[in-house]
Design a protein around this ligand. Structure first.
Ligand code: ACO
Length: 428
């Protein structure tokens, strides 16, 4: 491969280095483009912009490949626990038994949240969306766990990582409990990570919650599938905010806000609402496919379809579709919405509009059906995504710091008025 790229601008030639990643994706290094040529690049939505070099996650959208630290997502989903995957993403290698025991035990012992954070939580309206509450409370953690550097200046990042992983599920369950008018549950450190979350969600003072291994396994797979996805919108947000040297809590809080949007993680809630609407409207799948094809006039998109980088299939959707079938069968649930989802997928996959635009079901298309079967309410779906994505955000934030990346600061092409004279208020 050539190691320079030639560019001719205004009759002058410039050369720029090229580089290649370990999986052979190629880039032009244009760090000096403006200095040399006076030009910047314009790439709305960063469709072609590599913002960083990263050793965490590899994905190939054309081939439908996703790997965390070199391990195939299919393998990890089938064989690993969510906390093993979290360790892998954050520290680069699968943990040894001892490392795992220590990591898991530290998380177990940090699940309790500062009691005063409940006062902030109590100030939210009962109907507040749990994603807004989650982002606010994670941001508030920077005030409650403000020992961002030890007294001797030592790096306490590992402690903050443990706190985030341990406390996010605890905080996440608060909104749900209050929306039901139920008392909030404290974590139980005798329980493992996912059972502890389920217990905080569903146990009542009057009735214990029986933890079903089918539910635990399904959640384990879902959390692993969501754990990282290289430089997506929320992760880029975490890295960008962190690049100003903002603390880890503020950076992750910003990521949660970015995830909330319906074009990103918020799509999982939109999918179920869309499927419910189709069901209520008589289940006419073709009508909705037609509406989506005329998105420009109808403003309607098939939520859970399309992806910025997957243009063949989303490997996570493949695993989730099978998991949805398995979970519903094992739990003996017959959800008509699953049939509508399959009908929609079938219709769209054979339609020229979707085929030519390479629009396939994404991770969010079937995940909501599983969450629903597990008893998780719709407005908590994106919160589940956030719990899953947390290790990825942490890993990316940590890598960005360790690589000592400069502050993120894109350029622009200014299109506003040119210099004009100020006219004082009385003359306007
Ligand atoms: N339904 C109907 N048409 C669609 C859809 C859809 N879901 N997605 C894209 N298209 C069409 C667009 O209208 C456009 O058509 P055109 O070429 O005639 O103008 C073409 O496909 C390309 O779409 P873009 O929006 O340019 O693609 P982009 O890569 O910018 O967007 C995105 C990707 C945001 C995921 C988009 O496909 C979408 O809005 N999907 C629905 C929301 C969703 O499911 N988001 C979750 C993504 S996964 C995640 O974040 C975890």
């Amino acid at each position: 491969m050539a190691n320079t790229a030639e560019l001719t601008v205004d009759g002058k030639s410039y050369s720029f280095p090229t580089l290649e990643g370990t999986e052979h994706e190629k880039a032009f290094d244009i760090s000096n483009l403006r200095d040399q040529t006076g030009y910047v690049t314009l790439d709305r939505g960063y469709k072609n912009t590599g913002a960083t070099k990263s050793a965490i996650t590899f994905l190939d959208g054309e081939q439908g490949i996703l790997q965390y630290r070199g391990y195939a997502i299919e393998d990890l989903a089938a064989k690993a626990s969510f906390l093993e995957v979290a360790y892998l993403l954050i520290y680069g290698e699968l943990p040894t038994k001892d490392q795992y025991a220590q990591f898991e035990n530290s998380i177990r012992r940090h699940t309790l949240v500062n009691e005063d954070m409940r006062k902030i939580f109590d100030g939210f309206p009962v109907k507040a969306h749990p994603m807004g509450v989650l982002a606010s409370l994670v941001s508030a953690m920077s005030a409650f766990y403000s020992d961002l550097e030890g007294s001797s200046g030592e790096d306490k990042t590992d402690l903050h990582i443990i706190r985030l992983l341990a406390k996010l599920p605890t905080i996440a369950t608060w909104s749900y409990k209050r929306s039901q008018g139920h008392p909030i549950n404290y974590p139980k450190n005798s329980l493992d990570y996912i059972p502890n979350f389920l217990n905080m969600m569903f146990s009542l003072p009057v009735e214990d919650y029986k933890i079903d291994p089918v539910v635990v396994e399904a959640l384990n797979v879902l959390l692993i599938l969501h754990a990282d996805h290289e430089q997506n919108c929320s992760t880029s947000t975490v890295r960008l905010v962190g690049s100003s040297q903002a603390n880890i809590y503020s950076s992750i809080s910003a990521g949660i806000s970015a995830l909330w949007g319906p074009l990103h993680g918020g799509a999982n809630q939109e999918v179920i609402e869309m499927l419910e609407n189709i069901k209520a409207d008589g289940g006419d799948v073709a009508k909705y496919v037609d509406m989506a094809k005329n998105a420009k006039t109808t403003g309607f998109r098939l939520f859970g379809f399309g992806h910025r980088v997957y243009k063949n299939f989303d490997p996570r959707a493949k695993i989730i579709k099978k998991a949805a079938d398995d979970v519903l069968t094992k739990l003996g649930i017959n959800d008509p919405v699953l049939e509508i989802a399959k009908g929609l997928e079938e219709a769209a996959l054979h339609d020229e509009y979707f085929v030519s635009r390479k629009l396939y079901p994404n991770v969010d298309f079937y995940s909501g059906i599983i969450y629903r079967a597990l008893g998780i309410p719709t407005n908590m779906f994106t919160v589940m995504f956030a719990i899953g994505r947390l290790p990825g955000w942490i890993a990316q934030w940590k890598e960005m710091r360790e690589q000592k990346e400069p502050i993120g600061r894109p350029r622009q092409i200014y299109t506003g008025p040119t210099l004009r004279e100020f006219v004082s208020l009385e003359n306007r």
